[in-house]
Design a protein around this ligand. Structure first.
Ligand code: PLP
Length: 259
């Protein structure tokens, strides 16, 4: 049977990030994609022009419809927009403690658009981080979650450990925002130890990489991978999708080619 993965995230009308990237990634891994829309963005390659957050009763209905019928092997969380949505998602997950959760703690888009309310940060820290089977923050997100500056690979090791200490079972801390010439270094940590995943730095501006990486991790978990193998496979996938990426809009932003 084709395994199913559920993304609870935001819609990107421009098709580069969010739910749209998640479903393309699930399809590329031959995993059946389920989706519950937590927020909708009016968006193109140049930015976000509007955000709408549906009633949480409707979000709850979407998630329950998915669990009522499918064998959901993993849940991936993306843009959740508000503290109320986070609380709703956390309570839905509390009722399903055995389902693995990939938490992409989405806060700000590459374009600078705010995708999480300021007063929702605490709910992200206290309600979702401790429920994460694996959290996949980028450096700005990890800095906000920890209230600490992360400006080197050594600091990334400490930050990954600190995020585990705050309750995440495992962490993939993405180092793409570190300035420098060398490889991009992502730091993976779980109960068994720390591991660096390296890739050559690509000199292009891209859209949707974070959503795609977290969805690829989720897809590999749905297919039975352990967390570390899932992260290595997902990181390779994003790198390949970036190399094949294309520019569909009027900006220079590349979106990923999933197929
Ligand atoms: N829009 C939505 C709905 C998202 O979930 C995200 C990222 O998670 C983005 C936009 C931002 O994507 P990027 O930062 O890659 O432009």
């Amino acid at each position: 049977m084709t395994p199913a993965a559920l993304t609870i995230a935001g819609s990107d009308s421009g098709g580069g990030a969010g739910i749209q990237a998640d479903l393309k990634t699930f399809a590329a891994f031959r995993v059946h994609g389920l989706s519950a829309l937590a927020a909708l963005t009016a968006q193109h390659t140049r930015g976000v022009t509007a955000v709408h957050v549906p009633e949480t009763t409707f979000l709850r209905a979407q998630v329950e419809a998915c669990f009522d019928d499918f064998d959901v092997r993993v849940v991936k969380l993306g843009m959740l927009a508000t503290a109320e949505v986070i609380e709703t998602v956390a309570s839905l997950l509390d009722a399903r403690p055995d389902v693995p959760v990939v938490l992409d703690p989405v806060m700000v888009a590459t374009s600078g658009a705010k995708l999480l309310a300021d007063d929702a940060l605490d709910a992200m820290r206290t309600r979702l981080l401790p429920r994460a089977t694996i959290a996949t923050p980028n450096l700005p997100e990890a800095e906000l979650l920890l209230g600490a500056r992360i400006d080197s690979v050594v600091a990334m090791h400490d930050a990954a450990q600190a995020l585990r200490a705050r309750g995440a079972n495992a962490v993939l801390l993405k180092g793409g925002h570190l300035q420098g010439e060398g490889d991009v270094v992502d730091v993976f940590i779980d109960a068994t130890g720390m591991h660096e995943i390296r890739h050559a730095r690509l000199t292009l501006e891209a859209h949707g990489t974070g959503c795609t990486l977290a969805s690829a991790v989720a897809a590999r978990i749905a297919l039975g991978d352990g967390l570390r193998d899932a992260c290595i496979a997902a990181s390779d996938y994003v790198h390949r999708a970036l190399v094949k990426g294309y520019r569909p809009g009027r900006s220079d932003i590349v979106v990923l080619d999933h197929f």
